[in-house]
Design a protein around this ligand. Structure first.
Ligand SMILES: O=C(O)CCC(=O)C(=O)O
Ligand SMILES: [Fe+2]
Length: 761
């Protein structure tokens, strides 16, 4: 049910049917200032509502002409009150009336009425605790020229506060209801044939029904009564406390999905005025904030909540449309324009709120925090958009959004959170502090079950790949003494966060939870195939000292797991880097040399033998890693690695040197017809040039093959004829280059043989 406002002056406040607790809190804080209006309007679909009138029978809705006539025949001319008298005077009131006892409403009616009363309740700004009831007074039918002159309804009942006019759908023109109060007047017309219209106004309003011009207007009038006792019963602070409780108990419905999330962990109520940290910490509040904060603190106390004062940074992103109308009509966004361009602001696309500082009640000092606040946790009496941003920036076309304008604001807030969710609410704001606190509690031997429960809550906050938290989290995971929980806490972090200082805690956890646990956690920390941009740096810089520290305290088995996992990562990169082109391959191997050296010097001899065995299974291209690795390792090297390199070099040198008339190049392509032709050309001992007419896409394939393998072959496209011709030529220095390569192989071999390889790892 949505309000279809047809007022000619003033706009009804009713648009949303169900308000969330935080929206109601904002309304409640705003108070009477702007809350109520003298009249309010809403509407509801007529389908499902039944009407029956004594002497007429069931009346179909919308009301058609034959039924209107029947209604009139069962009606009386309406009377009106003047002082103590009741009169009939068609110059004041001319309409047909059926009394309440003749009318019965059914079907969906009761539900619709309740919903309409809820809206009207809010629209009129009636006290929240008050109970509003509607008492049917009459059914009225206005035919052509009939009307009701301006008048004020008599309050027939002590509890009566307002009148509700329900317009049933019927075809007519004219017959507007005009309601006036304090110099303002609003005109209501109900013309929608599928809807029932509701207009409520306070009993002290002057109102009239203008003459109907054609058709008939059918209305039901109700007295709106407020129960006094209920009004008195609810203390507004209890109401606020109730709403706060409701906020923390209501699952969050997400905007674009059916799913719900657990209830929010906090309520951030934005204040109106600006404050410094010191001003806020000293609770030197201004203006309306004084009252709001007072009420919210009282409500927090009643609802079992803690609170803090906080400073929020808000960034709003709006759609913007460039405005190319002539200058004098342009809309300028305030005096301080966002940029020299003019534009119109459209919809709010994004509203990010984060808290960077807070001062919790009961603590001595404010704290720097970092807390992203969800929209569902924010309550604003004054919308941020109505304030002045401290900075704004107009951006041209931004992908999906078109043009946008970003606006930044700083606002103060009071933050409430349930006492029983204190730990997680604080942890979300300051994770390192929460971890340190858990650590201290466990060290002091405080309730371990509680610590476990709190730690379980932390799991969801430990995002993917964080590196900074491992050192502080490891001792906590150990002290919790629960293997699965310890794993969950640590598993989503990156092993790159390990430092030599972690050795003791890591060794302790490994000892407590066992070898299989250790292996599993190490595997999570260094997932294979994942993206580890800092892994090699960590292996070079940290792994050796961490391993040494672990060994000093007897945690050799942890070192074994670390080395195995680093090797798993390294060997994936080695395999991927063994590309056919020698230069490309050398470039891929270069960054792997240092981490390989660090790993080979860290791992125990047995593991190094395993690593070398894996290298030995690779093609000869792996020499591009093995030789620089051997140089980097110096004497501190496993003989098996030397042996593998020697074996490869010797093997390559058994191929006799190229004879002067031999121009063959051994290669096999992808097996396609083009690669076959290329292969034949390359393999030919005497042919050194090939002119090959080829279509563009086919030429591309051959270019790629030659570039990937880095053949000593030039390839040029001769842009003549159709298709163009690809000219391949074996490079003239083929022999000289191979001779040079051979000299290098021999030099490497001599170096390997000459070196006194004393240190057998
Ligand atoms: O029919 C209407 O819209 C209003 C009637 C009225 O003002 C009354 O019955 O007092
Ligand atoms: Fe009236």
């Amino acid at each position: 049910m949505r309000s279809t406002t047809t007022c000619s002056e003033g706009v009804g406040r009713l648009s949303v049917v169900v308000k969330s607790a935080r929206e109601q809190i904002a309304l409640l804080l705003r108070g009477d200032e702007t809350a109520g209006s003298f009249s309010a309007e809403t509407s509801a679909p007529v389908a499902g509502v039944t009407l029956s009138v004594a002497g007429v029978g069931p009346v179909r809705l919308p009301v058609g002409a034959p039924q209107e006539r029947k209604l009139v025949s069962a009606a009386q001319p309406a009377m009106f009150g003047l002082g103590e008298e009741t009169l009939t005077d068609t110059s004041v009131r001319d309409t047909w009336e059926l009394t309440a006892d003749q009318v019965s409403l059914g079907g969906e009616w009761d539900g619709l009425l309740d919903a309409a009363l809820a809206e009207v309740h809010e629209g009129l700004g009636l006290p929240r605790g008050a109970r509003l009831r509607a008492e049917l007074h009459a059914l009225l039918v206005y035919g052509p020229d009939q009307f009701f002159a301006p008048h004020q309804d008599s309050e027939k009942d002590d509890e009566m506060v307002a009148t509700l006019v329900v317009s049933l759908p019927s075809v007519h023109t004219g017959g507007e209801l005009v309601v006036s109060h304090g110099g303002e007047s609003r005109t209501y017309r109900h013309t929608d044939r599928n809807k029932i219209g509701f207009v409520a106004f306070y009993a002290d309003c002057i109102h009239e029904v203008r003459p109907v011009r054609t058709g008939r207007r059918v209305t039901l009038t109700f007295n709106l009564l407020v129960s006094r006792d209920s009004e008195a019963a609810v203390d507004p602070d209890d109401e606020l406390a109730g709403l706060v409780g409701e906020h923390f108990a209501t699952p969050v419905t997400r905007r674009w999905s059916e799913k719900t999330s657990p209830p929010p962990n906090r309520l951030v109520v934005l204040l109106d005025h600006q404050y410094s940290e010191r001003g806020l910490a000293g609770i030197r509040l201004k203006g309306r904030d004084v009252e709001w904060v007072g009420r919210l603190r009282a409500a927090a106390g009643k609802a079992g909540c803690r609170h803090a004062f906080a400073l929020a940074e808000i960034k709003q992103t709006w759609n913007a449309y460039e405005d190319d109308r002539p200058r004098r009509y342009r809309y300028h966004d305030d005096e301080d324009e966002d940029s020299s361009e003019s534009y119109e602001v459209g919809d709010l696309i994004d509203d990010e709120i984060s808290l960077g500082w807070w001062k919790r009640a009961g603590t001595a000092e404010g704290e720097q925090i970092s807390l992203y606040v969800n929209e569902s946790e924010v309550c604003a009496v004054t919308p941020t958009a109505s304030l002045t941003p401290y900075e704004s920036e107009y951006e041209g076309y931004m992908g999906n959004y078109g043009n946008t304008v970003d606006r930044w604001y700083r606002r103060a807030a009071i933050v409430l959170w349930p006492q029983e969710r204190d730990f997680i609410a604080r942890a979300e704001a300051d994770l390192p502090a929460a971890i340190a606190e858990l650590d201290a509690r466990l060290n002091n031997g405080e309730d371990r079950e509680q610590a476990r429960a709190d730690a379980r809550e932390l799991v969801g906050l430990l995002g993917n790949g964080s590196t900074s938290l491992l050192p502080s989290l490891l001792p906590v995971a150990d002290a919790l003494d629960e293997a699965e929980l310890a794993h969950e806490l640590l598993a989503r972090l990156s092993g790159e966060g390990l430092t030599a200082e972690c050795a003791a805690a890591l060794a302790a956890a490994s000892e407590r939870y066992g070898d299989a646990w250790t292996r599993r956690i190490v595997e999570s920390w260094f997932s294979v195939g994942g993206y580890h941009h800092g892994l090699w740096g960590w292996v070079n810089g940290t792994l050796p000292s961490l391993a040494a520290a672990l060994r000093r305290i007897g945690a050799d088995s942890v070192v074994v797991h670390l080395c195995r996992r680093i090797w798993a990562n390294l060997s994936v990169s080695i395999t991927a880097g063994l590309v056919p082109g020698p230069q490309a391959r050398a470039a891929r191997m270069a960054p792997l040399v240092a981490p390989s050296a660090a790993l080979f010097t860290t791992a125990d001899a047995e593991q190094v033998v395993e690593f070398v065995a894996a290298l030995a299974a690779c093609g000869d291209g792996v020499l591009d890693l093995e030789l620089p690795l051997l140089r980097s390792l110096g004497t501190n090297v496993s003989s098996s690695l030397v042996d593998d390199a020697v074996r490869r070099l010797e093997g390559l040198l058994t191929v006799p040197p190229r004879s002067a008339d031999d121009w063959s190049i051994v290669w096999s392509g992808c097996g396609c017809e083009l690669c076959g032709t290329l292969q034949d050309f390359l393999a030919d001992r005497s042919v050194t040039e090939l002119d090959w007419p080829l279509r563009t896409d086919r030429r591309q394939h051959i270019h790629q093959r030659i570039d990937a393998a880095e053949f000593p072959v030039t390839h040029r496209t001769i842009r003549k004829g159709s298709p163009y011709t690809l000219r391949l030529a074996k490079q003239r220095d083929l022999h000289a280059r191979e001779a040079e390569q051979r000299r290098q192989l021999m030099a490497d071999l001599a170096w390997l043989r000459r070196e006194p390889w004393s240190g057998e790892s």
